[in-house]
Design a protein. Sequence first.
Length: 97
Amino acid sequence: MAKGYWVVRVDITDPEAYKKYVAANGPAFAKFDAKFLVRAGRSETLEGTSRDRNVVIEFPSYETALACWRSPEYQEVMKLRTSASTADLLVIEGYEG
């Protein structure tokens, strides 16, 4: 079964408030066996547009990645993110070759 991924690009508008989101999102991600592959770090935009922060989160499956986003746990903590940032969030099915 192919893994699922969140690919998130974020511009943080309120750094102090965004820290609350980062501190609070752990239980929702743990419930769905999420693994951070990229969490900020250096980046360079070679083509197209970019945002300040990039995140890639791996889930056991595409369905699990969607279920996490749709869960009451994440929907509650997401309010902290949306009030402190602007984001693009994609859920993508992994490639199995």
